[in-house]
Design a protein around this ligand. Structure first.
Ligand code: MLT
Length: 236
């Protein structure tokens, strides 16, 4: 049986073993939602980097750059961190180099030792579930959280994924069970729960990004499976 565990924040990733596992990295608000939505719309690939300076070296080579710090677009970048920007036709067929406060940090941590890194959001949760059933490998869900703290929306994603897999996986830690029960109590009004209670939703509302919240809370908007291959995330 597939074993599944959840790391609620990258700060405690050192307590988990990633070797041989599929790492599903999520940052529902908004990094991985942007990646999923952009790749689904036609973006060729996403190159996640940890630092703004690294992204600027890609900018100098002519790449589209995207991302934020503290939720606010980095001034020199082409676009910020709204999924609507990532879906724009201007970026179809292009590679986007992206850096964000938490999401790309979590991807960077996962890639160091996981067997595979797949990118999950509520937008593509069923595609991830199907892939895990196919692969029959142990899984760690890595939630990006916010600056070292767990976040409600990422925990809900973890619960949504485990809910799909619950008859086929062995839950090996309390965090996964906590995520599952949180999701089961919120699943009929996921968008409201996120908008009313997630601290990052409040932060983003202050930054006039309310439209992103309902979109990122949509389960199964699309059916794509973004996987990290070398330096690039592409659709499998
Ligand atoms: C992050 O990586 O922390 C987020 O994507 C921040 C944001 O909402 O822009």
């Amino acid at each position: 049986m597939i074993k599944i565990e959840t790391c609620l924040t990258p700060e405690i990733l050192h307590l988990h073993q990633l070797e041989g596992k599929i790492a599903v990295v999520t940052d529902v608000l908004r990094a991985t939602s942007c990646m999923v939505a952009g790749l689904n719309a036609g973006v060729k690939s996403v190159i996640p980097v940890k630092k703004v300076e690294e992204a600027l070296t890609y900018a100098a080579k002519g790449y589209v750059t995207a991302g934020e710090r503290g939720g606010v677009k980095v001034e020199e970048f082409t676009i910020g961190n709204s999924p609507y920007e990532h879906m724009e036709e201007a970026y179809h067929g292009k590679s986007i180099c992206m850096t964000t406060t938490n999401g790309t940090v979590a991807i960077d941590a996962a890639r160091k030792s996981a067997d595979q890194v797949v990118i999950g959001a509520l937008l593509n949760v069923s595609s991830i579930g199907r892939y895990i059933k196919e692969q029959q490998k142990d899984v760690i869900i890595i939630c990006a959280g916010w600056k070292g703290n767990p976040s409600l929306e990422d925990t809900l994603f973890a619960g949504a994924l485990v809910d799909q897999l619950k008859d086929e996986v062995e839950i090996t830690d309390d965090a996964t069970y906590m995520a599952l029960s949180q999701y089961q109590s919120a699943k009929n009004n996921l968008s409201e729960v996120i908008q009313n209670h997630a601290s990052h939703a409040k932060r983003l509302s202050g930054l006039k990004a309310q439209n992103d919240l309902a979109f990122c809370a949509t389960e199964d908007y699309c059916d794509v499976l973004p996987i990290l291959n070398g330096d690039e995330i592409t659709i499998k």
